[in-house]
Design a protein around this ligand. Sequence first.
Ligand SMILES: [Zn+2]
Length: 471
Amino acid sequence: MKKYIALIILIMLIFQTTVFALDLGRINIDAINITNEPNYESKVLDKLNKNDHINILDSTDNYYKIKAPSGKTGWIDKFFVNVQPQRYFFNTCGTNANLRMSPTTSSKIIGQVEDGGKLKYIDTFHSWYVVEYKGMEAFVASWLGDIVSDGSHLVHFIDEPINIRTNPSLEGEVISRGYKYDGYKYLGEEYGWFKLGLDDGSQGYAAGWLLSLDNNFYINNILSFKNTTDNLRLRSGPSLNHEIITVMPKNTEVRVIELEGEWNKIVTWDGYVGFCHDDYLEETLPLSGKTIVLNPGHGGKDPGAISSSGRFEKDVNLSVSFMVRDVLEDFGANVVMTRDKDTYISRVARAKMADDLNADIMFSIHHNALNNSNYYGMSTYYDTKGNKSGAESSRLAESIYDSVVGINSIYRDGIYDRNFEVLRSTNTPAALIEIGFMTNAWEEKNIQNYSFQQEVSRQIAFGILDYFKTK
Ligand SMILES: [Zn+2]
């Protein structure tokens, strides 16, 4: 598990004013409770999942009062919230931009925004921006403008050293270098890259997947997984004097997020947060005993999509699959790949492999293509008609989508019930991801980037983990 050990530093207080002024956030861990008071031991009001969007209403030193997607309000440890900057759609198309009911040019126009005008940006879906218009959500085509922000919000590097470039792509000239925990003014994003304000007043770009949108560095906040070796009291602080939150039976798996001396700060899969003494915990591999069939799409005579730069989908599918396999094996899973080289295998034969192995899940990795090069985004798929494990498949597709969509350079394209041959020809719970569009020039560049592939692979593996743990 060493790969997941992040250096924990507490610098939240330094930036408290920045954080306090903002009101949008995103949950950074799956299955976490909110409570009716700012502590771990009070009544549980709701459970939130990774990448749920929340509104921040109030704050103490260590907790936010938030409004959950369900409409309920409650308190949560700041550790589990990534604060988002206020972003705007800025119309740069030279004329009025239409605001529509849904993300398609055939849907009803409900308003317009003039050239140079701004509207609050909420999210991206199906290559359209979701914006706030007269208190409602409206859609505007993303190719009509940019996502901008006023520079009052800092973003931080989560890796080092990272190049800052003149343009939002690897082809931009390197003008500066950013180091882990460095903060920069966030000015907006283009093509999955963040536009940053530099100290000398100039601007540059860095890859979004290497940055945290706020000063909370705990994005991938699980240090290790441990099992209780006895019936164990979960306490509200790191000593025997603290209140008991709940009692966990022997062999309960917990997620360790911080170490304080001999005490582990943990989150249970029921969503409780608290402290346990290390003497009663032992490390465990969270996916041991699970068999996962990983299916890199296409291969051999079937290249899959061909990008504008002439690259084959089958190759990038295989590269990403190897990375996903490595993370899943670190979690203790038994991973079987339908192919580990450039060979042709029919979809039905691949699907049968999962049934023959009596696998727990099957997961296919693809990249998308469309005759309209404007389109970009990540989508996942499952089948409920032919596959007898339709409900489980749906949950798997959702779990992986919710994990991967947290990457700053990944944009939502939806979760769909589709009768794909590889999904319907097995009765094993099965899902498929289209990571991005190879026919979109900028997304294709991100797709081919090694560090982007690594981050996507990690988040796919965490999505699979969440699927197994939260059923
Ligand atoms: Zn494909």
